[in-house]
Design a protein around this ligand. Structure first.
Ligand code: URP
Ligand code: ZN
Ligand code: ZN
Length: 458
């Protein structure tokens, strides 16, 4: 099967050039100024960009959390992702306390198989690391699960103590794996939460007021120091605040292999959203919390200056009805998480249009950098000979309005309801097959492949 994309401007993290893209059997076979041969399908990309498919390195599909389960499963979540130009995601398998890593991985394979419409990998969330679990980490890495997420927050649920964190880090370092860290110091946060609830401070805004920037800054510093001591690369997930970013910059300046991602909600939403009237703020409860607006400029600067490497979504949707509502009378019971897997490229394109990031940097933070950091490059994350033909044909002028009525995520609200956007995909291809064309999904659940990722090698 041969497909040719004609007339477009190819954009990678490094280059921008006019080329025809020839795809043979799912792989990029030629990049040429003029391809005279025949093709089974031709896509006219005149006036459009051709990007590598988006890679979202942080999603939670079908995830039990906060007394409920995230509302998108691997079918609905991956179809929504495809609509927004994302062709690969890396989700999180979660070890049950007292359970094995193997059981967790098997469970998450079961959730994804036959359902995922785009390619996917897994990080492993380790919640309990006695010697047998530490031993098991080797088998997982050999099976392509080459990153482990550890939590400094959510006591009694996901939090690991420093000795456990350090043991897991030492082992990950030996195996060439990467540690992803939820870097908020959770035990004092819990006391602030208990005091707020006892004092009758129960509205969604208290989610932010009980999880201050200092808790994230000290968590980030501790995560970086432990990773340095263990000799392991570390990736700070969902970084939300200036002081946490400064800790990452210092570590990187010292030469430490340290990376960090932020998410669109930390670039576009703020504490003001949590303070909306009534229970509206619940739509914006995620962890770390949304920060005051002045953090936005620091995060954008971090993205521009290579201090932040990735924008992923932390897509963890819960409906207002029956899910967020669990915390109607107590913010601490609102399931933490926001929807976003579909809207990441739309929102970041705003950053390109506003001159906050370049075209090539847009491709880098949404595709090339996560591919490199998480062992998928150059199969994913670029447009080069032999790479998977995961491609987005992007119309930079397409106008549309974000709304729960037209988005595809299985959740009953959009945090960006009514926001007018410019820029959207006309075609999204995975391994050469058209998944989405002019807003219509043409793929099928189950065609996404599990990706065995390589070990860390930057
Ligand atoms: O609010 C969030 N971030 N929910 C998902 C769990 C996590 O910490 O990533
Ligand atoms: Zn987290
Ligand atoms: Zn998360």
């Amino acid at each position: 099967m041969r497909t040719v994309i004609t007339g477009g401007t190819v954009v990678t993290a490094a280059d921008t050039f006019k080329a025809e893209v020839v795809i043979d059997d799912g792989k990029i076979a030629k990049l040429t100024t003029h391809f005279g041969g025949t093709a089974d399908e031709t896509i006219d990309a005149t006036g459009k960009y051709v990007f590598p498919g988006g890679i979202d390195a942080h999603t939670h599909l079908d995830m039990p959390f906060g007394g409920t389960v995230s509302s998108d499963d691997f079918e609905t979540g991956t179809i929504a992702a495809a609509h927004g130009g994302t062709t690969t995601l890396i989700d999180f398998a979660i070890q049950q306390k007292g359970g094995s890593l193997r059981q967790a991985l098997d469970a998450w394979h079961g959730k994804a198989e036959g359902k995922a419409a785009i390619d996917y990998g897994f990080h492993m969330i380790a919640t309990d690391v006695p010697p047998p679990a530490i031993e098991e980490m080797g088998a997982l890495v050999r099976e392509g699960v080459t990153s482990f997420k550890l939590f400094m927050a959510y006591p009694g649920v996901l939090l690991l103590d420093d000795q456990s964190i350090f043991r897991a880090m030492l082992r990950a370092g030996e195996l060439g794996a990467l540690i992803c860290m939820h870097a908020e110091t959770g035990l004092p946060i819990d006391i602030l939460v208990q005091r707020a609830v006892a004092a009758g401070k129960r509205a969604p805004i208290y989610h932010a007021l009980t999880r201050p920037e200092a808790a994230e800054a000290t968590g980030t510093e501790r995560a970086l120091a432990l990773a340095e001591m263990a000799g392991v690369p570390v990736y700070i997930v969902h970084l939300s605040a200036q002081r946490a970013l400064e800790r990452v910059m210092e570590a990187r300046d010292r030469g430490q292999p340290a990376y960090a991602e932020t998410c669109p909600q930390y670039l576009f939403c703020s504490e003001d959203d949590l303070a909306r009237d009534g229970f509206e703020g619940a739509k914006f409860v995620c962890t770390p919390p949304l920060r005051p607006k002045h953090h936005h400029e620091h995060l954008w600067r971090g993205l521009r200056n290579y201090d932040l490497q990735v924008v992923s979504t932390d897509h963890c949707p819960f409906c207002m009805k029956e899910q967020k509502e669990l915390g109607k009378d107590d913010f601490s019971k609102i399931p933490n998480g926001m929807p976003g897997v579909e809207t990441r490229l739309y929102l970041l394109w705003d950053g390109v249009r506003a001159g906050k990031i370049s075209l090539n940097r847009f491709v880098e933070i949404t595709s090339a950098a996560p591919a490199k950091i998480f062992g998928l490059y150059p199969r994913k994350g670029t447009i080069a000979l032999g790479a998977d033909a995961d491609l987005v044909v992007w119309d930079p002028d397409k106008r549309h309005t974000l709304s729960v009525k037209t988005l595809h995520m299985r959740v009953d609200y959009s945090p960006f309801e009514g926001r007018e956007m410019v820029g959207a995909p006309t075609h999204v291809l995975q391994r050469g097959r058209v998944l989405v064309k002019d807003g219509k999904f043409l793929g099928r659940p189950g065609q996404g492949q599990f990706l065995r990722r390589g070990t860390w090698s930057l």
